[in-house]
Every structure is written in structure tokens, then in C-alpha cells.
Design a protein around this ligand. Structure first.
Ligand code: ADP
Ligand code: MG
Length: 689
């Protein structure tokens, strides 16, 4: 049998980056994958001789480095039953492709019909090789019903890849037939292994693969090659990581560019640090001022007596390198560059970032930014934000954001209903990136929920590995902007044309167990639920409402999201009937009408709590008497069961909403939003994001 090297060097010698069908099938057979086979015939006599050997019926296909889509041009002759038909088909192909460089005609067995599938691999600039699976024909052509996973994959990833397509029911069984799922899984794993073994494979297209009740067979195959790019995402990246605790809990902090002039950014940052009573020593550094906001200042970090753990740099971009090098020389291990005017402005800025990276490597330090709004750690009373930030409550949410607004402008409002532990803005991420911070937040005991706002991801594979580890310990909620198709790519295979940027991110997030948010509102809605309430242990929900229509909306939303209004067991039914007024029907949702009041709500919840069918609660409350619920809801022992509330027009009862939120009860504007949050918690609890 011909080896991989022989096949690829033959292609290279002929100036081809594309392997022909018979070569691909040989390679696949070598991996233990079953194909229809294909032998090249140079003459009609040879074609007949091969057909006689393999047995009829056979298929003849044009073999040419210049013909990629064979059937389009009449290059596929199916179901040839005897020597005469083979001879005729051979001659027809030769005539039809007279102007093409022919490598012969492939003779292969005619496979018996099966369910047609497509399996492919393409390369993504962020994540590297990506595996695709879907059903063939109209499913892929029209419905684009395909799913993706980033390689390498685990068996669980393959299970999810198969289950995710809409046509999964066809695989599992339809009109009495089902396909051999274990064999399909094995085929997908073998393809992944092959691609991981040979990095020169750029794209693979197996289209179609016939799936049978017993086994499967690859009917057509294409492989595109490319010299492996040293700069491309590494296949098995090493985990280079630094323990970033010192960045979040420095005992001493220098602020280079701290200002004594109100209104300047250097003033804001130092003011934030003072007002939030930073836990540790603060050193303002300013060449012109003797004191900054009453604290004695020095002209350079080198003049500071004693060690300094971390520094914030706020000086203009042009002076940043000097300030940075002085910090390095002082032995500072973590530096946050908040100044702007770097890679985001052009080549000069990019070069400064390169130089910053070089210095960081030389001095073994790490830096955040530039062009960011610093780090906040409420448990260390450290607020480095560029914008003034009011009082923050110590909380359990960790937020990572590329954009500075999350640590200043938006935080001004968010802090009323969300309690953060750490907020880290990463700006241009010339050194420390989202994955480094995520890895650290996974370790921080105060952080119980992680939110990320991302525009892009660096070193995609490491991101998946780290996120998967963290998501196994605490929920990771990601909002990724730029969902539309970005960047042109050379599209030669079917797979590559289907692998849009957003689908790949989506696959990566699923693979890592990340909860994907659709927008800011959704992300914060999820964060409020996860950070304030325990996870539900089942799918049954008791809905209590003051309005029948919103109760029904909640029930609909629950059913659509994989949860359900809990069935009332006999005991719960009996006790509810006892406490409900005669005009309230004893069913779920419980519609108490406008008479719903806090004491009644408390009683209903307490009747529902012991029921094994009820794992969580959604309550729909009147905005006009919202304040009255706070104290009563606080009195209940929820026994580890979550409760989410929904208040129509909540934005007009904002102080009451804040009171409820601060008491630990998340409030949503609509039943759908409340259900979206609760069902995300349920899926996370079930290990299925
Ligand atoms: P193309 O280059 O156009 O994709 P294919 O090799 O996929 O050519 O052939 C086109 C179609 O012909 C396939 O989708 C499949 O339905 C059918 N076909 C091709 N080869 C075989 C075979 N060996 N056995 C059965 N059907 C085949
Ligand atoms: Mg094909």
C-alpha cells in the first residue's frame, strides 16, 4: 500500500494541493475507514478488467487534478452492470474530458444506498482544525443543517456533534430504520485522528458518506493540502500560564501618571483607589507634583522605598515605554497599562506594543492592556477604573471585558443590582489575554460566576481547554460580538464554505461548556440569576402570578426551553386548595389575580417547597406594590430551590427592584427573560449548556 509521504510528495511534484479521489480513499483505508475503494484505469480494457475483479455493479469517475466537482461535468457514471456498459462509460468520460489533464478513470464498487452524510474538516484562523458533520443532500445544501467541533475532540464532543444536527431524529430511527451510531462515531474519531496526525491536511470533504444500519462507507472524498504554517494555531498548545494572583491582590501599587488635577484620568484612577480604601500601600508617581490628592508623590517608581507588587501606567503613549521599563527595573511583576494610542491607532502603536512585550519577557513580568480601564477587585478594595466608580458591594461575579466601559460607565449602573468580585478589562491584550484572566478567575474563591465580553479570542485551543476546566467548576457566560461573517477565506471545500466565523465560535463555546449570551441584557440577566440563586435540581417549576396571561406566557416559555410547569402532586394540591381563595383555581400556574399579596405568596411557596415535583419558582409580581414583597420573601427558607421574579414594567419601579435584587431575588421584565435565566441554570446543572 502506498504511504502518506508517497502520496503527498507525488502531489507536490505535480504542483497539486489537492488529492484525487483514489488517493484520498487509499489514505482513508489506511486509517481503517471503509470506502468504496477506487482504482485508476488508463484504458477501457483496464477498466473492464478491474470491474470483473471487484464485481458488478460498478461506478466510473473522472480522475483529474483539474476536475474537483466530478458529477457537474458528467464525470460520474453510476450503476454499470457489465463489461459493455463499463467500456461505453469509459469512452464517454474520455471524450467529455478530452481538454483536461486526465489521470485516468476511477473504477469503484457501487455502494448500496444508505442515509447520505457529509463529514468535513476545515481550518479556522483562531481555532485551527474544525470538524463538521451533517446529513447530505437537501439537509446540507438548503438547510445548512451541520454542526462543528474544534479538534482534537473527545468522545463526548463527538456525541454532541452528532446530536446537535436537526436531522438527528433521522439518524436515531425513522420508519423503523436507524443508522449504526457507534460506527459513525468511530468514523468521526478516525477522521479527527488523521487530521491531527497530518498537519499538512488543510481541508477534508467526505461527501457523501453512506450510513447504514450496520456500518458506513465513504463514497466520495477530497483532501486539500497546505504546508503547515508555524504561526497557525498550535495543535497541542502547551499551557503557558503565570499565576496572576499578584495582579488582583497586590500589597503595594504604584500609579504612574496619578494626577492632582480633577477631571484628568490620572486623577480619576487615584481618586477611585483612595475612595474605595485600597487594601495595601499606594504610591502616586508624577514628575511634576510633590503630592497627589494629599499623598506624597515621587517622580519615578525607582525612587519608591521598598518593593512594589504592581503598577498602573497612565502616562501618554509616547512616554509609556520609559515608564514601563522603569517599572520592570524596579522589579514590578504586574503592570496595567491604561493609556490609549497603541495598536488601535496604527503601525507606530503596534511597534510600541511589540517593544513592551520584549521588555516584559526580558524582565519576567506580565502586563494588562494597553488601552484598558484596569482591574477592580472588591475583596481587595482595589478600583483602577478610568471613570469614577461609586460604592461597590463585595460580590461573587467575575467579569472579563475587552472594553473599558464595563469597568466604568456601565458599572455605574450595574453595581446597583449586581455584586462583582473582580472586573478585569483587557483592552488590546498585548500580553495578558482573556484566557489568562479566565484561568485565574477559575481559581479565585470569591468568584462564583464568570462573565466575559469578547470581540475575539487569542489562541483558540487554549481558550477552549481553560474554559472547559473553569466551566466545570463555575458557570462561564460569554457575550461575543461580531456575530456576522468576518473575513474572506479561500473556499475550496464544501466544509469551508459552511464554516462561518460565528458557527465556529458557537461550537467552541459549546465544546467548552460555556453559556452563550445573546446580548448585554441577556448576559447580565443570566449573571444575576447564577450569582444570587442556587441551581435547580429538576425541570419542574411552580409559577405564581397576579395575571393569568403572564402565567400562561411563563408556562409556554418553560415548555419551549426544556423545563415545565410542575405537576401538582396530591398532597401539594390538597394543601394549596386549603389556602387558596375559592376564586383561584388550584393548578399551575397559580393565578391569584390582582389580590396576590406578600403573605399569600409566602404561603403558596411554602406549600410548594416540600414537593419533589417542584424544583424552582417563578413569581410574577405587581410593580405597584413591589416593596411590600421584599420582607416577606426574605422570611422563607427555600431549601436550596431557586426563585426568580418577573415584574411587568419593572423599569418604572426601579428602587423597589433594587431592593429585591439586593435581597438576593433577581427581577426580570418578562416571563421569557426569567425562564431564559432559569433554564440556563437548569441546563448548566445538568451538564448541558
Ligand atoms: P462529485 O465530485 O460530484 O461530488 P461524487 O463522487 O460525490 O462526485 O458522485 C456524485 C454522486 O454519485 C454521489 O453523491 C453519490 O450519490 C453517487 N455516487 C458516487 N459514487 C458512488 C458509489 N461508488 N456508489 C454509489 N453511489 C455513488
Ligand atoms: Mg461528492
Amino acid at each position: 500500500m502506498i504511504s502518506w509521504n508517497e502520496i503527498t510528495s507525488r502531489a507536490e511534484n505535480e504542483g497539486r494541493t489537492y488529492l484525487m479521489e483514489h488517493e484520498c480513499k487509499e489514505l482513508l483505508e489506511k486509517q481503517g475507514i471503509s470506502t468504496t475503494g477506487a482504482s485508476a484505469a488508463r484504458s477501457s480494457a483496464e477498466a473492464v478488467e478491474i470491474s470483473n475483479r471487484i464485481g458488478y455493479p460498478v461506478v466510473l469517475k473522472v480522475l483529474s487534478p483539474e476536475v474537483i466537482h466530478k458529477s457537474d461535468a458528467g464525470g460520474v457514471k453510476l450503476n454499470l452492470k457489465n463489461a459493455a456498459e463499463v467500456e461505453r462509460a469509459f469512452n464517454e468520460i474520455e471524450t467529455a474530458f478530452a481538454d483536461k489533464k486526465l489521470a485516468g478513470v476511477a473504477v469503484q464498487k457501487m455502494a448500496s444506498p444508505g442515509l447520505e452524510a457529509i463529514i468535513g474538516v476545515s481550518r479556522d484562523p483562531t481555532f485551527g482544525p474544525v470538524l463538521m458533520f451533517g446529513l447530505g443532500g437537501v439537509f446540507v445544501e438548503v438547510l445548512k443543517d451541520v454542526s462543528f467541533r474544534i479538534l482534537p475532540v473527545t468522545e463526548a464532543d463527538i456525541d454532541a456533534l452528532i446530536r446537535e444536527i436537526r436531522g438527528y431524529t433521522l439518524l436515531r430511527g425513522y420508519r423503523g430504520t436507524s443508522v449504526d451510531l457507534p460506527a459513525l462515531k468511530e468514523l468521526l474519531l478516525k477522521i479527527s485522528e488523521m487530521v491531527m496526525r497530518y498537519p499538512e491536511i488543510r481541508e477534508v470533504d467526505l461527501n457523501p458518506v453512506f450510513l447504514y444500519t450496520d456500518g458506513n462507507v465513504v463514497v466520495d472524498a477530497r483532501i486539500f493540502l497546505e504546508k503547515p504554517d508555524a504561526a497557525a494555531p498550535r495543535l497541542s498548545p502547551e499551557r503557558e500560564s503565570t499565576n496572576l494572583r499578584g495582579l488582583f491582590y497586590p500589597e503595594s501599587l504604584a500609579v504612574v501618571g496619578a494626577s492632582d488635577t480633577p477631571g484628568k484620568l490620572g486623577w480619576n484612577v487615584f481618586d477611585n483607589l483612595l475612595r474605595h480604601r485600597f487594601t495595601g500601600k499606594l504610591y502616586p508617581v508624577n514628575i511634576n507634583a510633590k503630592t497627589v490628592q494629599g499623598v506624597p508623590a515621587v517622580a519615578s517608581v525607582r525612587e519608591i522605598d521598598g518593593p512594589v507588587d504592581a503598577a498602573v501606567i497612565l502616562v501618554p503613549a509616547a512616554h509609556t515605554l520609559k515608564a514601563f521599563e522603569e517599572c520592570c527595573q524596579k522589579g514590578i511583576k504586574f503592570i496595567v497599562i491604561e493609556s490609549a494610542g497603541f495598536a488601535e491607532t496604527g503601525e507606530d502603536g503596534k511597534n510600541i506594543e511589540k517593544e513592551l512585550r520584549r521588555l516584559a519577557e526580558t524582565y519576567h513580568c506580565r502586563f494588562v492592556g494597553p488601552n484598558c480601564s484596569g482591574i477592580i477587585n472588591t475583596h481587595h478594595q482595589m478600583v483602577q477604573s478610568i471613570g469614577t466608580v461609586g460604592e461597590l458591594r463585595q460580590g461573587n461575579i467575575g467579569l472579563i471585558a475587552q472594553a473599558g466601559v464595563y469597568a466604568a460607565g456601565m458599572l455605574w449602573g450595574l453595581r446597583h443590582t449586581m455584586d462583582f468580585a473582580i472586573v478585569a478589562t483587557i483592552g488590546n491584550k498585548a500580553d495578558i489575554n482573556e484566557t489568562d484572566i479566565l484561568e485565574y478567575l477559575g481559581e479565585d474563591d470569591f468568584v462564583e460566576v464568570v462573565c466575559m465580553y469578547l470581540e475575539d479570542v487569542k489562541s483558540g485551543r487554549r481558550f477552549i481547554d481553560v474554559a472547559r476546566d473553569v466551566a466545570a467548576k463555575k458557570p462561564v457566560i460569554v457575550l461575543k460580538s461580531g456575530r456576522t461573517e468576518a473575513g474572506k477565506k479561500a473556499v475550496s471545500s464544501h466544509t469551508a464554505s459552511l464554516a462561518g466565523n460565528d458557527q465556529i465560535y458557537d461550537a467552541a463555546f459549546r465544546q467548552a461548556g460555556i453559556i452563550r449570551a445573546a446580548d448585554n441584557e441577556h448576559m447580565f440577566g443570566l449573571a444575576r440569576a447564577f450569582s444570587k440563586q442556587p441551581l435547580p435540581s429538576g425541570d419542574g417549576v411552580l409559577v405564581v402570578s397576579y395575571t393569568g396571561s403572564w402565567g400562561v406566557a411563563a408556562a409556554d416559555a418553560l415548555s419551549l426551553s426544556g423545563m415545565k410547569p410542575a405537576e401538582l402532586d396530591d398532597e401539594t394540591y390538597r394543601r394549596l386548595k386549603e389556602i387558596l381563595p375559592p376564586y383561584v383555581g388550584c393548578h399551575n400556574p397559580v393565578d391569584c389575580t390582582f389580590d396576590l399579596n406578600p403573605v399569600q405568596l409566602k404561603e403558596i411557596i411554602e406549600v410548594g417547597l416540600p414537593s419533589g415535583n417542584i424544583s424552582s419558582f417563578i413569581v410574577i409580581l405587581q410593580a405597584e406594590i413591589l416593596q411590600s414583597y421584599v420582607e416577606e420573601l426574605k422570611k422563607i427558607d427555600y431549601q436550596g430551590k431557586p426563585i426568580l421574579s418577573c415584574v411587568p414594567c419593572k423599569e418604572f419601579a426601579i428602587s423597589e427592584v433594587i431592593a429585591l435584587e439586593q435581597a438576593g431575588f433577581p427581577v426580570y421584565s418578562t416571563p421569557e427573560e426569567a425562564v431564559a435565566a432559569l433554564s440556563a441554570m437548569y441546563r448548566y446543572a445538568m451538564g448541558n449548556c
